[in-house]
Write a protein that binds this ligand. Structure first.
Ligand code: FE
Length: 205
């Protein structure tokens, strides 16, 4: 947490974010990854903004194919699902090899387990940022699958992410819960699980 600043970044967690498995297809393999940056921007026409980190293997796929599915997860989703789709790269693994899946009209995968609904999106406009790309998308299909409570990022932080058992002398990753043991965290440290940097770690007091 930044303490010597007017910007307390913990405040960002008070903005409501859902958590989703986004899926796409590179022509050979289906991939899925965890997203929390989906937001409806207009209702007529129905447009959604989806922002994707360029480090993400799926970024280039979505940029090229222009389509993706957004699977809306519920609060029963276990950490193992976030680990599989959030912290592992689809570059070298087939994440859906052992994960139940179905296909929507656009040919992409959607999930049913822990999933309340899915949206099929088509990119209409692209906005470039240094680290991320934003896709402004129309909706080609939207289906309700279950009526459970949707998981939010705040809920994940509080209830799903593993709790650190270390009492002191370490740093915990605010994103995935990984614990770095040691009294000082190197500035260029990268979380081995979720790949976030030292800025996303906080000292265990
Ligand atoms: Fe992490």
């Amino acid at each position: 947490m930044q303490t010597n600043s007017k910007i307390e970044t913990d405040v960002f967690y008070d903005i409501g974010y859902g958590l989703y498995i986004a899926t796409c297809y590179d022509g050979k393999k289906h991939n899925g990854f965890i997203l929390n940056t989906v937001c409806q921007v207009t209702s007529n026409p129905e447009l959604f903004a989806v922002t994707v980190n360029k480090q993400n293997y799926s970024f280039e796929i979505i940029k090229q194919t222009g389509i993706m599915n957004i699977n809306c997860l519920d609060i029963k989703t276990p950490f193992s699902v976030f680990k599989k789709f959030g912290f592992e790269s689809g570059r070298d693994t087939d994440k859906f090899a052992d994960y139940e899946h179905f296909y929507s009209q656009n040919g992409l995968i959607y999930t049913k387990k822990y999933t309340n609904s899915f949206l099929s999106l088509k990119s209409e406009r692209y906005i470039d940022f240094d680290t991320h790309g934003m896709f402004i998308c129309s909706v080609t299909e939207a289906k309700k699958l279950a009526n459970n409570e949707n998981v939010t990022y705040a809920y994940y932080q509080k209830n799903i992410k593993p709790k650190s058992t270390l009492k002191s002398g370490g740093y915990v990753c605010k994103i995935c819960g990984y614990v770095y043991k040691g009294n000082s965290l190197p500035e260029d440290f990268i979380c081995p699980i979720c790949k976030h940097g030292a800025n996303d770690f906080e000292k265990i007091e």
